[in-house]
Write a protein that binds this ligand. Structure first.
Ligand SMILES: C[S@@+](CC[C@H](N)C(=O)[O-])C[C@H]1O[C@@H](n2cnc3c(N)ncnc32)[C@H](O)[C@@H]1O
Ligand code: SF4
Length: 479
């Protein structure tokens, strides 16, 4: 265990090796294949996928994602699909109610096309900020879900909460409706960073909301934190991590700042000259890793931490964890359905379906009785094998060839001959270790820090040399 206040200057990490791999724009694989490879889809494609789901053997129980895109204010770093409506809720009410009507319509269309016989084991509301809705609007959406699905009595029901719009009345409503988990956007406790990214939210606000959630009986509280934004330094991150540990959330998502100013206009308003260097970001990650582990959290996957008795850590042991659009989640054994603008359905061994991203176009489609399905991807057999490989790497930091062989009936060494040669090179550089039993283990901290480089080797849609600088400056596509 690493002492909590030890200065972290990466003694374990060889910076030469780190710089040979870091800095590539590699995918984080919240989906495989990545959306770049998806195609236009229509209602007939969706219906064929739903029919296949109906005939799946064994069938899978269900998980539902509900997208609520509204926020009161814009945070400059935000990469989510959201629309900012301001603080005057009377003014925005018609627009919000219209969106809720569209959601109700989508749920009713879904229930006609999809054989909704299996129980709903998970519901997750994301955004945007679902707490933009008032208590009555939240209840209206929940009732529409309850009319469409059979919600399992022990279902895990969670919501992404913006603490600035989470009133006591709303939190009480959530508990009464059966919500069990809360995920709060905390981002950073440092005042200077908060002001710069326009996300001002005092420590006391998060502390009081956490206390309220515990009193109301939510079984798990998650905090989202981001490192790598302008003005953040290893020392400000150390202070934020320590304050986080003081409040003792059950899970933490410790996100690396996804900086894409070309695509996200608001990020151009940030002082990018104050972005931390890649060495500083490495320090920040290691500070988080050391302090959270010293405080008793398990490190899960690329960027998540959980208390050992929390469901995420327990699911890891049962191999039921998965990495998807919601981050690292339990429910790896469920079919995921997504409703709302931009939402994605992930039907196991079948494919992805994504709704129209633009919020107005999504509403108009449903008002015109059209399906909101826009894009998607049919999985090939190879996609399914590689999904399993990537999932094992990202979630468990281990790859068991025998398990992949028995699940898919392949000869692992032959199927992945090229990838295994690359793994040997990564062994030399210290990113992975290969046991006598053939199990590939991601090292800590170097392999964990460079997890995306390891995963890139198994991504058939990337250039075969895409995992390391000097081989190719950036990733490109196999012909
Ligand atoms: C939908 S928001 C969470 C709920 C609510 N809107 C809030 O901000 O409190 C999802 C999370 O995505 C993360 N996020 C948003 N933009 C990001 C970016 N550019 N890089 C890394 N994480 C980001 C934030 O940590 C945020 O809490
Ligand atoms: S981070 Fe959350 S509150 Fe801020 S703009 Fe994005 S979705 Fe809205």
């Amino acid at each position: 265990m690493i002492a909590a206040n030890r200065p972290i200057s990466q003694p374990e990490i060889d910076l030469d090796v780190f710089h040979r791999y870091a800095g590539l724009s590699l995918p984080r694989h919240v989906s495989y294949p990545m959306p770049t490879w998806w195609q236009r889809m229509n209602v007939d494609d969706a219906q064929t996928m739903y029919d296949r789901c109906d005939h799946q053997s064994p069938g899978y129980d269900l998980s539902l994602y509900v997208h609520i895109p509204f926020c009161e204010r814009l945070c400059k770093f935000c990469g989510c699909n959201r629309v900012v409506l301001g603080t005057n809720h009377d003014k925005s009410r018609p627009q919000v109610d219209r969106y809720i009507s569209a959601l109700e319509k989508e749920l009713s269309l879904l229930s006609k096309g999809f054989g909704i016989r299996r129980p709903l084991r998970q519901i997750h509301w994301g955004g945007g900020s679902p707490t933009y809705l008032d208590a009555a609007q939240i209840e209206r959406v929940h009732q529409a879900i309850a009319h469409t699905f059979h919600i399992a009595p022990d279902a895990e029901i969670s919501m992404e909460i913006d603490p600035r719009t989470a009133s006591e009345e709303k939190m009480k409503t959530l508990r009464q409706l059966g919500f069990t988990r809360i995920s709060m956007g905390v981002q950073d406790f440092d005042e200077q960073t908060q002001k710069h990214v326009r996300r001002v939210q005092p420590f006391e606000m998060v502390r009081d909301l956490t206390t309220l959630c515990r009193e109301l009986g939510f079984s798990s509280i998650n905090y989202d934190l981001i490192y790598g934004m302008p003005y953040q330094t290893p020392e400000t991150i150390r202070a934020t991590v320590k304050q986080t540990i003081k409040l003792s959330p059950d899970r933490i998502a410790f996100y690396h700042f996804a900086q894409i100013p070309d695509k996200i206009a608001t990020q151009r308003g940030m002082d990018l000259s104050r972005l931390p260097s890649s060495d500083s970001k490495l320090d920040m990650f290691q500070i988080g890793l050391a302090l959270f582990e010293a405080a008793g959290y398990d490190f899960i996957g690329l960027d998540h931490f959980a208390k050992p008795d929390e469901s995420l850590a327990k699911s890891l042991a049962d191999n039921k964890i998965q990495r998807n659009f919601q981050g690292m989640t339990t429910g790896g054994d469920l079919n995921l359905l997504g409703v709302g603008a931009s939402s994605i359905s992930q039907l196991r061994n079948i494919g992805f379906l994504q709704n129209i991203k633009d919020i107005d176009d999504y509403v108009i489609a449903l008002e015109s009785d059209r399906s909101p399905i826009d894009r998607g991807k049919w999985f090939t057999g190879d996609d399914c094998i590689r999904q399993a490989v990537l999932s094992d790497l990202y979630c468990m930091a281990e790859l068991h060839p025998k398990s992949i062989e028995s699940r898919f009936g392949i000869d692992f060494d032959k199927y992945f001959a090229h990838e295994l040669r690359v793994m040997q090179e990564l062994t030399t550089d210290g990113l992975v270790e290969i046991g006598a039993d053939g199990v590939i283990r991601v090292t800590k901290p170097l392999g964990r820090v460079l997890m995306r480089n390891i995963a890139a080797v198994f991504d058939a849609y990337l250039d075969k040399q895409a995992y390391r600088l000097g081989e190719k400056a950036n990733f490109s596509v196999n012909a």
